[in-house]
Design a protein around this ligand. Structure first.
Ligand code: BGC
Length: 738
């Protein structure tokens, strides 16, 4: 049977791989942009192997029977895979993220067990985390989630989810982080380090190119090598080589003709070979499709099914189709992870979940994630609300988002809705009335999933407009929810659901002081919203403390500092995959836009978005001084240091995320008009100035040459543009590369 997808067999030799890994790690640590590094609590994570553990692993391996070894490679429950009972090595316990620790479900079904002790903190969704642009915060989030996972006795947290936001319609955009590989990578590294600080292994998912839910179990993704290396792999590479992630989850889809869970190129060649990954590759749930091919091509654990790595694998070994050395390597990877997680004991007794410290982390993240899209008439923050009448409109003011739709959620110990948050924070001063505005109703669609109804409810709209007309201020909550944005199906279009556009028009016409709050994890069409409202906030699926964080932004207790981690297009067909008609793809998804994903496309093709990547206003104003570089010309091994002053000229203390975009001036190959190469979140008090220093390793200017199969830095002139967003560039400088 010739079922595995390369002529090359895998040979495992740990020492050279370990050495290669150390070198790789060292060099990547050396080239890591310090502008980003300075914000994370850096841990000297190196090689995830260590000599003492390796000796222990060898001695364990020497006493295991083949049956015992193979038994470890296949789940024995929905979220467990076997250890070795007779040696006191417990089963591996998995838990879902990335929104928080999933409730316990039955061993053999998806039914919740119904415990009273498995509630947890609901953390802001992935795109909200990314909107903080704050690596230190990602570390804190990972640490808090890791601690909750540890408390529940888990070995692996199935997070972070770091696939690139290729299309705004992907049902899982809210779980993922960004359309930009650098932002994704920096955030992923910090998150992984945080989780693992708690003694729990991060399982980075979904490797790789899992960018649509439509036919996700069969779609064959194809892209050129350069695109793979420049856009889709960097975050995975960083999570493994810099973050030291202990495990990786293979994706459901195929890549260049082969399922990701049996993909020799992705798993053996790149992940385990080039990046020296020493932990286990775990299949996505039900994402294993073969025995010999999967075993030979790099999958280590079959999860969600027990069809291929069960007796079939044992038989394949006995028939000589899978060498024992391959099985040994898989067991070693699992033991490496298990010895690591065992070093931090599970706290004894019943533990408090969702501790005050974790709630604070959730609040801090939520507060920094909220994006002020627009504030033309400076209606925000609300001032002097004493004795005002405020009408809160829209079902999303009541909507909880910890659970919903298909896939992982959190049984949140509590979730403060926007209405609760607003009432708590201003109920004593202002009169707050709520009207529903729209009903969240659905119809069933194919293959399964619920699709939002689109017709406006005129009665609710009339009621909302009437309430808005008699109130001093209207706060209108629109957007999606976790039924609309869900795993396993993509949205059909960008439109706001439930007839919300008609509601927006009516409410804004009734009250010019209408403030719009968009609750969503993925881009929506804001055309009507934009033409009607002068203030718009983007508030995400924002975790247990969502309502308090939002109320504090509205009142100015928190000065908003979130920046969009993706482009919001004017219309769907402005987005690359849609402009080129390659989404969702039938059997194949051809990524013909290549490296021009997200703002790289919009800026290179000169298409104006509704709101660009990196956009987010503040209640204060920042000015940027002239950037200076430490040299006019650099060699490829240098690091350019860019310095400039950032001044807070406004009335509020606040954070600004300064962004550095680079453009090669006279490229001989396709290069995007802008590429994010560094960023830094700075706090500046009102009236003050601070010096910003950004580091740009010249090696980061490289593009991937598929002929050479290597990174190449072109000599020439590069423009360095610093600004407040990808389109709000404040100052530019130029450097030469020799
Ligand atoms: C998802 C994974 C998740 C797994 C277990 C799959 O459907 O793609 O992200 O971790 O289920 O719930």
């Amino acid at each position: 049977m010739k079922s595995y997808n390369s002529a090359k067999k895998c040979h495992f030799c740990h020492k050279p791989v370990a050495i290669a890994f150390s070198i790789l790690l060292l060099s990547s640590l050396l080239t890591l942009s310090s502008s980003c590094r300075s914000q994370a609590q850096q841990k000297p994570y190196a090689d995830i192997t260590n000599a003492a553990d390796e000796r222990k692993i060898d001695s364990i391996l020497s006493v295991l029977t083949l049956e015992e070894k193979v038994n470890m490679l296949c789940g024995n429950g929905k979220f467990t895979s076997p250890g070795i009972e007779r040696l006191g090595i417990g089963d591996l316990q998995y838990t879902d993220g990335p929104l928080g620790i999933r409730e316990e479900i039955a061993k053999d079904s998806w039914e919740p067990v119904g415990l009273t002790s498995d509630s947890a903190t609901f953390f802001p969704c992935g795109s909200a985390l990314a909107a903080t642009w704050n690596t230190a915060m990602l570390y804190e989030c990972g640490l808090a989630m890791g601690e909750e996972a540890k408390t529940r006795g888990k070995d692996l947290l199935l997070a972070p989810a770091i696939n690139i936001t290729r299309t705004p319609l992907n049902g899982r955009t809210y779980e993922y982080m960004s359309e930009d590989p650098l932002l994704n990578a920096r955030l992923a590294v910090s998150f992984v380090q945080g989780v693992q600080e708690a003694g729990v292994a991060a399982c980075v998912k979904h490797y790789a190119a899992n960018n649509q839910e439509t036919r996700r179990g069969s779609v064959d993704v194809n892209m050129d090598e350069r695109t793979l290396r420049e856009i889709y792999l960097p975050a995975f590479k960083a999570a493994v080589t810099e973050g030291g992630a202990y495990s990786v989850m293979s994706a459901y889809n195929k890549f260049r003709g082969f399922y990701c869970g049996e993909n020799e190129y992705l798993l053996n060649k790149i992940l385990k070979g080039e990046w020296g990954f020493q932990g286990p590759v775990v299949s996505d749930w039900g994402g294993t499709h073969s025995t010999v091919a999967a075993a030979m091509n790099g999958l280590d654990v079959e999860m969600g099914t027990a069809r291929y790595f069960n007796k079939n694998l044992l038989d394949s070994v006995k028939q000589g189709l899978v060498p024992v050395s391959v099985i040994d390597d898989k067991v070693k990877r699992i033991l490496r992870l298990k010895l690591f997680t065992q070093r931090t004991p599970v706290p004894a007794g019943t533990q408090e979940v969702s501790t005050p410290a974790h709630n604070k982390t959730a609040y801090d993240i939520a507060g920094e994630s909220i994006v002020l899209l627009k504030n033309t008439r400076k209606n925000l923050p609300l001032k002097n609300i004493k004795s005002s009448s405020i009408v809160v409109i829209g079902n999303n003011a009541l909507q909880k988002n910890a659970q919903g739709g298909f896939g992982a959620g959190v049984k949140a110990r509590y979730e403060i809705t926007p209405l609760e948050g607003l009432k708590n924070r201003m109920g004593k001063d202002a009169r707050i009335e709520f009207v529903q505005g729209y009903k969240a109703t659905y119809h069933r669609g194919k293959p399964f999933g619920m699709f939002p109804d689109t017709l406006p409810d005129q009665k609710l709209i009339a009621e909302a407009a009437k309430a808005a007309s008699r109130a001093d201020i209207a706060l209108l909550f629109i957007g999606n929810n976790r039924e609309v944005e869900t795993e396993n199906s993509d949205r059909k279009n960008l439109n706001l659901p439930f007839g919300q556009d008609a509601l927006i028009k009516a409410v804004c016409a009734a009250n010019p002081n209408t403030i719009l709050v968009v609750v969503a994890g993925a881009p929506v069409n804001l055309h009507v919203a934009d033409s009607c409202a002068s203030s718009i906030l983007w508030a995400w699926f924002n975790g247990s403390q969502a309502g308090y964080a939002l109320a504090d932004v509205i009142l100015g207790k928190i000065n908003p500092s979130g920046k969009l981690p993706f482009t919001i297009p004017v219309k769907l067909n402005d987005s690359p995959a849609h402009a080129l008609g390659t989404f969702p793809g039938k059997e194949k998804a051809e990524y013909t836009e290549g490296i021009l994903v997200g703002y790289r496309w919009f800026d290179t093709k000169d298409i104006a978005p509704a709101y660009c990547f990196g956009h987010g206003l503040s209640y204060t104003d920042f000015t940027y001084g002239e950037p200076q570089t430490n040299k006019p010309a650099y060699s490829r091994k240098d690091t350019a240091i860019i310095t400039f002053n950032l001044t807070n000229k406004g009335e509020y203390d606040g954070y600004e995320t300064v962004q550095l975009y680079v453009k090669e001036m006279d490229p001989k190959v396709t290069r995007p008009a802008k590429e994010l190469k560094a960023f830094k979140k700075m706090f500046v008090t009102t009236g003050n100035e601070t010096a910003v220093t950004l580091s740009l390793p010249i090696a980061d200017l490289a593009w991937f040459d598929e002929k050479l199969m290597n990174w190449v830095v072109n000599p020439g002139t590069y423009q360095l543009a610093v600004g407040s967003s990808s389109r709000d560039i404040r100052k530019v400088a130029q450097i030469k590369v020799k």
